[in-house]
Design a protein around this ligand. Structure first.
Ligand SMILES: Nc1ncnc2c1ncn2[C@@H]1O[C@H](COP(=O)(O)OP(=O)(O)OP(=O)(O)O)[C@@H](O)[C@H]1O
Ligand SMILES: [Mg+2]
Length: 192
């Protein structure tokens, strides 16, 4: 589009300069009036060409947008193969935790045991452990190998490293924005 627009401007300037010399010097039969009319026609010719290129630009941008929209629509739903859930709980006088639908501000990991059908509640503390975690954005290329780290509740940790070292990747894993290839990420000892 800019190339097209500038070609139009260049042709306008060339015609004006090359036409002005004979018109002002009474060379040939070119008058100033003819030159001005010609320059107007020149502009009228290049304008629609520029408009078409602008429209083409919009069509190409729309196609690129549509591609991303369809890519999003084609996304497979995430697999939730976990069975441990975060639930609101109340603490009884004897210290046991009972699940409640009310917002108590107290959270616990609800862990149903498939073997005997019992359910245990583990109070949410905010303890995070990575055990030999491997992560790759695709299966062919693992970007982080055997990551071991832990964070105790309230602990402040700084991730330092060169660009591409994996700082953002690790932070995103804590929120489970991606699935890991191998290893375990535990919250208060519970697997995701
Ligand atoms: N969405 C993605 N798809 C594929 N590979 C990715 C993606 N995001 C990051 N990577 C790759 O994972 C590795 C770690 O990248 P990450 O963004 O975690 O690094 P970083 O330490 O946060 O870098 P920076 O300091 O630039 O923010 C890099 O090799 C990067 O190319
Ligand atoms: Mg980053």
């Amino acid at each position: 589009m800019p190339v097209n627009g500038n070609l139009g401007n260049i042709s306008y300037v060339l015609c004006a300069v090359l036409g002005a010399v004979p018109a002002l010097n009474n060379m040939g039969r070119l008058t100033l009036g003819t030159l001005v009319s010609y320059l107007n026609l020149n502009r009228n010719f290049t304008q629609p060409v520029t408009q078409v290129s602008q429209q083409l630009n919009s069509v190409i941008m729309a196609l690129a947008g549509a591609e991303r929209i369809f890519k999003l629509l084609d996304q497979q739903p995430e697999v939730d193969n976990g069975y441990v859930e975060l639930v609101n709980v109340e603490q009884q006088p004897d210290g046991t935790l009972t699940e409640t639908p009310q917002r108590t501000g107290l959270w616990a990991w609800r862990h149903p045991h498939q073997a005997d059908g019992t359910v245990t509640y583990t109070k949410l503390e905010g303890d995070i452990t990575f055990d030999d975690v491997d992560i790759g954005y695709n299966d062919e290329k693992i970007v982080l190998h055997n990551i071991k780290l832990f964070a105790t509740p309230g602990q402040k940790i700084a991730f330092v490293g060169s660009t591409g070292a994996g700082k953002t990747t690790i932070t995103n894993l804590i929120n489970r924005f991606y699935d890991i290839q191998d290893g375990k990420i535990r919250y208060d000892g519970q697997c995701q």
